[in-house]
Design a binder for this molecule. Structure first.
Ligand code: PLP
Length: 376
């Protein structure tokens, strides 16, 4: 592929594009198997639900096959109504997205522009800088905790607060954060939200909320009534197991949602996605099962790391970062040849860590064995 710096069209692109790097997704299994001529590989790279989607979601998609010629419901009436009921909030508070990444992008396009700033943490989710820079706004990155006053690699809210100024329009917080798996307790996060000027939009990204089993972990949707500048994002891609369909949502004050919905593409969520999300919301048993599988899988991975003498970052999500003590990219390349797809995170400023998604027992086992042989 052409090097970005050689691109002759760059000088005509909108401001902000020159500093952008495309998001690097986990390698698809099909691509790996094509490249190395192997089969039976395992993918623990994209925080997908190893149990797959709920049978109810699959049935809902199958029932739509005769409707594929029709446009979806552009307002997403049924799903918005169901989400409103699920969260005990008004339907006008819900903004549907093509994945929650789409909602993050809508927030950037609605509230950020050249001259304004977005704040997020070091090691935070990669989509925050992308959507900030794509609209020509400036990213302000707060250093993460060094381990003295909070969990190492975790968001340092004091440092983030210090960056808030005249130009700040948006603050992005992932709770828990991807890729670190670190999380913020209720008292700390609430104090931060409460202390922000009311014109600063604060986004609490709860993509992994279903997995968290900590008593002090907050549900930021509970604070929406009190803070009109708060947006909480959720997704059907992770615990709900619908990553392929791309559906997520934001919850906010209806006035904020009204602005986001002005910017939103009319049919941003497709009909199978709307139907599957609606069906899976009604299958909370699938979520409970997924959380249980994650709990045992996480324990299995951690026990494996301890046996290998490897440091890891305690995580409340469905993934965990392990310090391989050498170049993560090199270890990743070796793992790939053995059919294990994980995620090197040098791009997140963590060159010796790999992020591993919690899989099924045999997938975790296969990964741990391969890791052991690769590190030998
Ligand atoms: C995966 C992820 C998302 C959402 O992804 P979508 O598939 O677009 O819903 C959002 N935030 C974080 C922190 C994530 O890890």
């Amino acid at each position: 592929m052409q090097k970005i710096t050689d691109n002759p069209f760059l000088k005509y692109a909108a401001p902000g594009i020159s500093g952008l790097h495309p998001y690097i997704p986990g390698k698809p299994i099909s691509e790996l198997e094509r490249e190395f001529g192997i089969c039976d590989s395992v993918k623990l790279a994209s925080n997908e639900n190893p149990l797959g989607a709920s049978p109810k979601a699959k049935a809902a998609v199958a029932a739509l096959l005769d409707e594929l010629a029709r446009y979806p419901d552009g307002g997403g009436f049924e799903l918005r109504t169901a989400l409103a009921k699920f969260h005990s909030i008004e339907a006008e508070a819900v903004t549907l997205g093509n994945g929650s990444n789409d909602v993050l992008d809508l927030i950037a396009r609605t509230f950020l522009a050249p001259g304004s700033e977005a704040i997020f943490s070091e090691h935070a989710f990669a989509v925050y800088p992308i959507c900030t820079q794509a609209v020509g706004a400036t990213s302000r990155v707060a250093p993460a905790h060094d381990g003295s006053a909070g969990p190492r690699f975790g968001h340092n809210l004091k440092a983030m607060r210090e960056l808030v100024g005249e130009k700040t329009r948006v603050v992005f917080i992932a709770n828990p954060n991807n890729p670190t798996g670190t999380w913020l307790p209720k008292n700390e996060l609430l104090e931060f939200v409460d202390g922000l000027p009311s014109q600063v939009i604060v986004v609490v990204d709860e993509a992994y909320t279903e997995y968290v089993e900590e008593g002090a972990y907050p549900d930021a949707t509970q604070w929406l009534g009190q803070y009109p500048n708060l947006i909480v994002t959720r997704t059907f891609s992770k615990a709900y197991g619908l990553a392929a369909l791309r559906v997520g949502y934001g919850l906010s004050h209806p006035d904020v949602a009204e602005l986001l919905n002005r910017v939103r593409q009319p049919f941003n969520v497709n009909a199978p996605a709307l139907a599957a999300a609606l069906a899976t919301l009604g299958d909370q048993a699938h979520i409970r099962q997924s959380v249980a599988v994650n709990r045992t899988g996480m324990a299995q991975l951690i026990a494996g790391f301890e046996k290998l003498g490897l440091d890891y970052i305690p995580s409340v999500g469905n993934f965990v970062c392990v310090d391989v003590g050498r170049s993560g990219a090199e270890v990743d390349a070796k793992l790939l040849r053995e059919g294990c797809i994980t995620r090197p995170i040098g791009g997140y400023g963590m060159p010796q860590h790999l992020r591993i998604t919690v899989g099924l027992e045999d997938e975790n086992q296969r990964f741990l064995q391969t890791l052991e042989s690769v590190l030998k």
